[in-house]
Write a protein that binds this ligand. Sequence first.
Ligand SMILES: NC(=O)c1ccc[n+]([C@@H]2O[C@H](COP(=O)([O-])OP(=O)(O)OC[C@H]3O[C@@H](n4cnc5c(N)ncnc54)[C@H](OP(=O)(O)O)[C@@H]3O)[C@@H](O)[C@H]2O)c1
Length: 254
Amino acid sequence: MTGNYSDLKGRTAVVTGGSRGIGAQTARALAAQGVSVCVVGRDEQALAGVVAEITAAGGAAMAAVADVTDAGALDGVRGAVAERFGPVDVLAAFAGGQGFPVPTAELTEQRWREVLESDLTSVFLTVQAFLPAMLERGSGSILTMSSAAGRQPSGANLAYGVANAGVVMLTRHLATELGPRGIRVNCLAPSAILTERVGSRMPEEVQAKVAATHPLGRLGVPQDVASAALFLASDAAGWLTGLTVDVAGGRITN
Ligand SMILES: NC(=O)c1ccc[n+]([C@@H]2O[C@H](COP(=O)([O-])OP(=O)(O)OC[C@H]3O[C@@H](n4cnc5c(N)ncnc54)[C@H](OP(=O)(O)O)[C@@H]3O)[C@@H](O)[C@H]2O)c1
C-alpha cells in the first residue's frame, strides 16, 4: 500500500541508488504516482531494467550512470535530467550501503575513507548538484538516507555508523538553512530491510531472529521505505522538515 499523493503527478524526481533495492522500489512508487523519475547508479544493466519496468507499467523514467562520489558525474546527471524532464522537484539521495561488519582495529584508513565517501560525502555532493536549481525556483523536497546504524551503535562497521549519523545532521542543518528558501529536507533511517542484497547475505534463521527484535515482528521490505519516502516527498508533509523517520518496525532509537 503506498497511498495516493495526487500532488506528485507531473513532478520530476532523481533517485540515486535507483538500480536496485530500496532506491529502485522508491523509483517505482514515485513513477506510479505520475512522477517522471531518473534512476542513478553504476550498473547500467540494472538501471535499464528498472527503467523498462517503469515504462512497461505506463510511467516515465530515464537512467543515468554515475558514481555518486564523483561531483563531475553528478553534474552530468543534472544536465541530462534537465534536458529530458526539466527541473527536479524531488531529490532522493539513497545510494550507499557499506555497512559490512568489521572490528574497528581491523578497519583500515582506506576503508574508513571509502565508506565516508560512499555513505556521507556522496549525499553532500548529490545535494550540491541539484541545490542551485531548487534555490532558483524556491521549491524542492530532498530526501536523504541514513540507517538504524546511524542512530545507535550496531553490528555495522564504525565508519558506516558515523557516516549515517552524519547524514542525520546534514539533514537537520540543511532543513534549517533551506526552509526559508522553500526547500524541505527529510531523512529516512531504516532498520533491517529485506532487499535482494540483505536476503542473499542473511540466512533465513538469522532473518527470523532479527525480525523478532522488531516490535512489529518482521523485517522491513523496500516498499516500507518507499511508502515513507512518498509521504515525505509529497505536499502531505508540507510542514515537515528536518525529520529523521525511523522506518524500523517499532525498533526506534530516540
Ligand atoms: N537494506 C537495509 O537493510 C538498509 C538499512 C538501512 C539503510 N540502508 C541504506 O539504504 C540505501 C540503499 O540500500 P539497499 O539496501 O537498497 O542497497 P542495495 O540493494 O545494495 O543498493 C545500493 C544502491 O546504491 C547504489 N550505489 C552504492 N554506491 C554507489 C555509488 N558510489 N555510486 C552510485 N550508486 C551507488 C547501487 O547502485 P549500483 O549497484 O548500480 O552501483 C544501488 O543502487 C543505502 O544507502 C543503505 O545504506 C539500507
